[in-house]
Ligand binder design. Structure first.
Ligand SMILES: [Zn+2]
Length: 244
């Protein structure tokens, strides 16, 4: 089970870590504070008006009355983009059982979904509103492309990613440190106030890269035996300044 799959309780409501991160991601994108008033994994203890939809997996309600009315559709769309089948539930859109809220079902919930929530996903795909009985109607909201939300740790790095990260590190070191020592005629001013902490900074950058690689599970060069191509570790010089 990947890290994001674990169930986490916040404010008395339970969702997977990945879904909590997804909600934070939407909040950050829209600059809104989002409050989960009902989570998933209710196993029969959810709000009566929800039926059994919140019983299994990542199903959640977001409080709508504290959000600006003109942003509610933005919220719906932002969640839909992240693979959540979401609707605004209010009287204008066929919901009168309880107060207005936003109801979302994570399409690819790793712990599965209840029959009711799975039906809502199918109803979303039929371009309907996921309500039953007389309230059943066409989906009134925009329907963006849906892409599963991934935590950073879920994403396997490609060679191109690693190349880009290495290039970025090199650019940072160059721009911040080394370039400042060069004079306009191209010679290097060894007495420049920022002279040659470059060596130490490169060492620090190298150390940070190795730590980052460890975190991301990328094998470091030390794990590979490359005959005649061993890196000589830098040593920090006494006058080196710490990297920012
Ligand atoms: Zn709900």
């Amino acid at each position: 089970m990947a890290d994001g799959d674990e169930r986490v309780v916040k404010g008395g409501q339970e969702l997977t870590a990945r879904t909590w991160a997804l909600i934070d991601d939407v909040a950050e994108e829209l600059g809104l504070e989002l409050q989960v008033v009902q989570g998933g994994f209710k196993a029969g203890s959810g709000a009566r008006a929800s039926g059994s939809t919140h019983d299994v997996g990542d199903v959640f309600d977001i409080r709508s009355k504290t959000l600006p009315a003109h942003r509610l559709v933005d919220v719906v769309v932002a969640f839909r983009r992240r693979n959540v089948c979401m609707w605004l539930r209010d009287p204008d859109h066929g919901w009168t059982k309880t107060g207005p809220h936003l109801h979302g079902v994570l399409r690819d919930s790793v712990h599965g979904l209840s029959t009711g929530a799975a039906w809502q996903v199918q109803d979303y795909d039929r371009k309907n509103n996921g309500l039953t009985g007389g309230a059943h109607a066409a989906d009134p909201f925009p329907r963006p492309e849906q892409i599963p939300f991934q935590l950073e740790d879920d994403v396997a790095l490609t060679d191109a990613d690693i190349e880009r990260i290495a290039q970025r590190t090199a650019d940072l070191v160059w721009n911040r440190v080394i370039r400042t020592g060069f004079q306009s005629d191209g010679t290097f001013d060894a007495d420049h106030p920022q002279k040659l902490p470059a060596r130490g900074l490169l060492a620090a950058a190298y150390g940070k890269s190795v730590q980052a690689a460890d975190r991301l599970g990328v094998p470091s060069s030390a794990d590979e035996e490359v005959a005649g191509n061993e890196l000589e570790p830098f040593e920090l010089l006494p006058d080196d300044q710490p990297i920012e």
